[in-house]
Ligand binder design. Structure first.
Ligand SMILES: *Cc1c(COP(=O)(O)O)cnc(C)c1O
Length: 331
């Protein structure tokens, strides 16, 4: 499917043997200019919504490309992970792990119920996940020993797959964007804007931009109020990911993860995870006119932030890249 190796292996050939990659989608993902009414027609989209050939796409599939080889290398036959009822992470994990003969067990906490969540939960069941509705975080933690006792050989993954290995997926995405800039598909962007649910996407982008020698800043739009997602948490995850790459033998040179490389905002969160906001609803309409289909939980809030940044003078006239992380596929 992908005859070409990932950018990470091209840049650091020493990782090819020590950090295995399982190609699950078509690279590079498209980079397109968005026609939205704005300041200078300077919003672009890095479209990861089409990433993943196994029936569900988006940002979680990029993480699984680096996580699943570790699951199989350890001989695990079952993944145990957590999320909310509409979890894109749980669905992507169930679908892609299954192709390797690995089962997925999900402990799910409640989130505001609507059509979007109901449809997602139906997909999760149809994909063959074993679902435990633990309802709250406290009950999930209380149930953990029992869940592990049932299947002691399970491979545990935190919400959103935001381990250092999962975060490598967005280091790769940033290197991919840098290669697109080198090929002059677009000028170097001032910022990339992403939704933040568990942090791996934003942390990986920050580290990847630094490794690629880009000055592009990451604007992290927090949409989840149930996890610690301040700048220090995200930069901490970026540093743990840097350490993973060094431990696997990558000759990285100095990496400057200065706080200025990352802007974290909670301005678009609204009342909390999965709660709709008027700005996000308006963003869905504006995006639809530009041919983009957004989801209400993540990408609508991030796109609302991108629209506001486009109106704001802080980045001058330089381009801004919105990362479309949501990936419903047919079937
Ligand atoms: C999980 C998710 C995100 C957030 O990514 P994290 O790496 O968990 O911060 C953004 N958009 C969508 C559609 C997601 O499912």
């Amino acid at each position: 499917m992908n005859p070409s190796p990932p950018e990470l292996h091209l840049r650091y050939p020493e990782l090819a043997a020590t950090l295995p990659h399982l190609p699950l989608g078509r690279r590079p993902t498209p980079l397109t200019r968005l026609a939205v009414p704005g300041r200078g027609n300077r919003l672009w989209c890095k479209d990861d919504s089409g990433f993943g050939d196994g029936g569900w796409g988006g940002n979680k599939v990029r993480k699984l490309e680096w996580i699943l080889p570790d699951v199989t290398a350890r001989g695990a036959r079952r993944i145990l992970t957590v999320g909310a009822l509409g979890t894109n992470w749980g669905l992507a994990t169930t679908r892609y792990a299954r192709t390797l003969g690995v089962d997925t067990e999900l402990a799910l906490v409640d989130q505001p119920m609507d059509e979007h969540v109901r449809a997602q939960l139906a997909r999760i069941h149809a994909a063959g996940a074993t679902v435990h509705r633990t309802r709250t975080k406290a009950r999930t933690i209380a149930a953990a020993p029992w869940l592990f006792a049932r299947h002691p050989m399970s491979y545990y993954l935190p919400a959103g797959g935001s381990t250092p290995l999962g975060t490598v997926g967005y280091v790769e995405a940033a290197l991919e964007l840098a290669a697109q800039v080198r090929r002059r598909e677009m000028p170097e962007p001032a910022a990339v804007v992403t939704a933040v649910g568990s942090g791996g996407t934003a942390a990986g982008l920050v580290l990847g931009m630094r490794l690629a020698g880009m000055r592009t800043r990451v604007v992290a739009v927090v949409v989840n109020d149930t996890l610690p997602l301040a700048a220090r948490n995200l930069l901490g995850l970026a540093r743990r990911t840097e350490r993973l790459l060094r431990d696997r033998g990558a000759r990285l040179g100095p990496v400057d993860l200065a706080p200025g490389s990352l802007l974290v905002t909670r301005r678009w969160l609204g009342p909390g995870y999965g709660h709709r906001t008027a700005e996000a609803d308006a963003a869905i309409g504006i995006a639809a006119a530009a041919g983009l289909t957004l989801d209400p939980v993540y990408t609508a809030k991030a796109f609302a932030a991108a629209l506001a940044l486009d109106r704001h003078p802080m980045f001058g006239d330089a381009p801004i890249v919105f990362v479309d992380t949501h990936g419903p596929r047919a079937g």
